[in-house]
Design a protein. Structure first.
Lengths: 405, 408
């Protein structure tokens, strides 16, 4: 085996240019596709992280029928009991109770449908990071009788500024219309038009004054650092029977779907690249065998076994992968470290991306497992790529091969 | 004489059949992937922009200049301001669609929610918005109906069916309060985008409801082909002379959509570039072998007096032939699949579909058969091959016949 490896290595070195071509193809292919993977990964993860941190929260609780009957009377069941359970749960860092209804907003400059959320500002600030995303004003820290905070998109559509008036209309529990003028005390920007154009917050005290009731439709939970939303949701579901407890992935499968799709995109991308490289590897090996026909004929004639010749050629192929893949992966890794730390500024495309909830600066990231998977992919490809040419070599007739030029 | 060089090149290709086959198949495989990817991407962009813009925003939109900044009924226009007949005459215009678009609180009494209200002209819009295909229950509107169409999504929310009534309350033209009760005449299926949260009403009824008779918020111009956009825009700008009006393309109205698509498209181009780079290396490998194999022969040819120019021409012809065969076969291999999915787009289901709907796209995947994608990518491969061939040109120029012949 050692001798075979030596022969294989010397064969690779003998025609240096050819070996360098294959190895560069592998290294550059791997490098550039890792870059692309990091780009896709960073892009998707960043968007999801942002949505969870600013819009969704780790876990949400609703009444079981809330989704198909989001009526104002469809509140959380056994509110007090749930509140106590959550307060005493060690895996929950903080939670925020919310009133939630569809409302109709009117100003002199237009009208729009909004999701009206009544919150306890102090709690809400701890659960969602929205208070750090204020363009103007404060997160409901106001002495006004009817303060409200709105998203930047809604502010733009309805020409709202700080202290501007906005009328909200919604129906109360008896199907009577409630109409009230609110004053804008803050404008936030989560960076997602669907959220910024549609969500408004007001303190719970205001809602209680308007509805004369204490209505809680939604509870948003932030789990403590050592726990994952999935585990805490399972745990809570065991003790909270008559409400629906969902972690963000269950609640918003379409958001979590981004993660899944990213995974398949990575595999598809790697497969396409590996497949293309396979052709290059086979090509090179075939050339090298055709060139060495005589030599292989001699080896066969003096009694080298066919399986050894086969091994020798597959080894050559593996050498390409063993040198090329790590170089590509190392370059990819370094690129990831650089752009992961400093980010890749894409503000030229900024507007389009922000409309879809993406940041203009992308911090590239590739899950470490992909480096390993990619390496395995490439090495396997070199083995597979070596098989066909090696069979070709052993099918040579020694006598004819020796005579051929 | 030239003919001889071509014959020589052709025969040289097949001297080493295996090499030819491998090189050609690597070109076929890469081109196949790239064509599939790009045709799919471009089809998706075209399909979704067409869906989003043709009924809702229009390829070209004419509104009052104040409406751009403030989309309210007070900034509406009248039909007299628009030279409709002349716009219709412009080549490439498939239709002009007047719209009165606003919003209202839509309520069943118990449940209320704000939603967009759009006044359409059923006689032309039923076809333009493909409502005939999208209707899932009830009937389509007529021009003079005092009834509404709602979407599946809304029907589910309000739990209403055709025949039930909805109350609409909104703000009308110049501060008028708009309120009325309308029967639901039909339910249409718009799974995604802004059209999914919209009440459709005959234009006349919408004008009545909002107290804005003979007024329109916008006129949408649709095109036969999206590639005509700039030409038609120039023509429209010539005939619409009223300077209180603003003419915008969908790219101006929805800059986010345009840039989002461009960004996605760039990732496809990047993948194509990586594949082409690998193919480039593959062809380069072939060329290096080819030279090593034939250095002796080139030496002999040169020694017996064949000019280097001719040797080079013959070799380049050979390589371009080789690439060309790969390019042609790659196109032929991809075409049937592209054509099939062009005619029968694939309907996604489950979470994948939901994910797409969530992003505002319809869960359909098809492929285009855009001629320029075939042509551009084929040319790119030929250029790559030509660039890589420079190696052998250089080598032949440097060739010393004596050493070349002795080496063997």
């Amino acid at each position: 085996m050692k001798t075979l490896l030596k022969i294989a290595w010397r064969n690779c070195v003998r025609n240096g240019l050819r070996t360098i071509i294959v190895i560069s193809a592998i290294a550059l292919g791997v490098w550039s596709s890792i870059f692309l993977m990091g780009f896709t990964g960073g892009f998707v993860l960043q968007r999801i992280d942002k949505m969870v941190a600013l819009q969704i929260g780790d876990i949400q609780i609703h009444s079981p029928s809330f989704d198909y009957d989001s009526d104002i009377s469809n509140t959380i069941n056994n509110q007090k009991q749930v509140n106590n359970l959550l307060k005493n749960s060690p895996s929950i860092e903080v939670f925020s109770e919310r009133f939630r209804t569809e409302a109709y907003a009117v100003t002199a400059h237009g009208q729009s449908g909004v999701k009206l959320l009544g919150v306890y500002p102090e709690k809400e600030k701890q659960v969602l990071g929205l208070s750090e995303r204020m363009l103007d004003g404060t997160f409901l820290e106001s002495n006004l009788s009817y303060p409200i905070i709105v998203g930047s998109k809604l502010a733009k559509d309805l020409h709202l500024k700080l202290n501007a008036k906005i009328q909200l209309n919604f129906t109360n529990i008896n199907a009577n219309q409630i109409s009230k003028n609110f004053k804008v005390c803050g404008i936030f920007k989560a960076g997602d038009d669907a959220f910024d154009g549609y969500t408004v917050f007001t303190p719970m005290r205001v809602i209680e004054k308007l509805t004369n009731q204490h209505l809680i439709h939604e509870i948003i939970i932030k789990v403590s650092e050592t726990n994952t939303p999935e585990n805490v949701a399972i745990e809570l579901n065991k003790i909270i029977k008559d409400n629906l407890v969902e972690d963000w992935k269950t609640r918003f499968p379409e958001v979590a779907y981004g993660l899944q799709m990213m995974d398949s995109t990575m595999y598809i991308l790697m497969s396409i690249i590996v497949f293309a490289l396979l052709f290059g590897i086979i090509n090179t090996l075939m050339m090298s065998i055709l060139e060495r026909k005589r030599e292989i004929g001699v080896l066969l004639a003096i009694g080298m076994s066919k399986s050894n010749i086969r091994r020798m050629i597959v080894l050559e192929s593996i050498i390409y992968g063993i040198i090329g893949a790590p170089i590509g992966i190392l370059l990819g890794f370094l690129t990831m470290q650089y752009f992961g730390a400093f980010g890749l500024d894409l503000s030229a495309f900024g507007e389009g991306m922000e409309a879809f909830g993406y940041d203009p600066i992308i911090y590239l990231s590739v899950a470490p497992k992909y480096y390993l998977i990619y390496a395995i992919y490439i090495i396997s490809a070199t083995i597979v790529g070596g098989l066909y040419p090696s069979r070709l070599a052993t099918r040579l007739n020694p006598i004819e091969a020796i005579r051929s030029i | 004489m030239n003919w001889m060089l071509i014959t020589l090149a052709w025969r040289n290709i097949w001297r080493n059949k295996r090499r030819a086959v491998i090189t050609i198949s690597s070109i076929i495989a890469s081109l196949f992937f790239v064509l599939l990817l790009r045709q799919m991407q471009l089809w998706t962009y075209d399909f979704n922009t067409k869906n989003t813009i043709s009924g809702y925003v229009g390829y070209i939109q004419i509104t009052d200049s104040t409406f751009v900044d403030e989309e309210i009924l007070d900034n509406s226009i009248t039909a007299q301001q628009i030279p409709l007949a002349e716009i219709h005459k412009i080549k490439g215009v498939s239709g002009v669609f007047p719209r009165l678009q606003s919003g209202a609180l839509v309520s069943t009494g118990i449940k209320s929610k704000f939603s967009g209200v759009i006044g359409i002209q059923p006689s032309i819009d039923n076809k333009a918005l493909k409502l005939t295909k999208k209707i899932s229950s009830g009937n389509l509107l007529n021009n003079n109906d005092a009834a509404v169409l709602i979407t599946d999504k809304m029907a589910k929310y309000y739990q209403v069916k055709p025949g039930d009534s909805l109350v609409l309350i909104g703000q009308g033209y110049q501060g008028v309060t708009a309120a009325a009760i309308y029967p639901v005449k039909g339910i249409v299926n718009f799974p995604a985008g802004d059209m999914a949260n919209m009440v459709y009403m005959p234009l006349k009824e919408a004008q009545l409801f909002y107290g804005a008779p003979e007024r329109y918020t916008s006129f949408l111009i649709n095109l036969d082909q999206s590639s005509d956009l700039q030409n038609v825009l120039t023509e429209v700008k010539k005939v619409v002379t009223n300077n209180t009006l603003t003419i915008r393309t969908w790219e101006d109205v929805l800059p986010g959509l345009k840039q989002g698509l461009e960004l996605d498209s760039n990732s496809g181009k990047l993948i194509a570039a990586i594949l082409y780079m690998i193919v480039g290396f593959g062809i380069f490998g072939t060329i290096v072998m080819l030279y090593n194999e034939r250095a002796f022969e080139f030496g002999v040819l040169s020694a017996v007096g064949m000019s280097r120019r001719k040797i080079i021409i013959s070799t380049i012809i050979e390589l371009q032939f080789l690439t060309f065969i790969g390019v042609i076969l790659g196109n032929i291999a991809a075409f049937p699949i592209l054509y099939y999915y062009h005619k029968n787009p694939y309907q996604l289901t489950g979470e994948t579909a939901q994910g797409m709907i969530d992003q505002g796209f319809e869960p359909l995947i098809g492929t285009g058969i855009y001629a320029n994608v075939f042509i551009n990518n084929s040319i790119i491969v030929l250029i790559i091959s030509a660039v890589v061939s420079m190696y052998i040109v250089m080598k032949i120029f440097q060739l010393n016949p004596l050493t070349a012949m002795k080496q063997h």
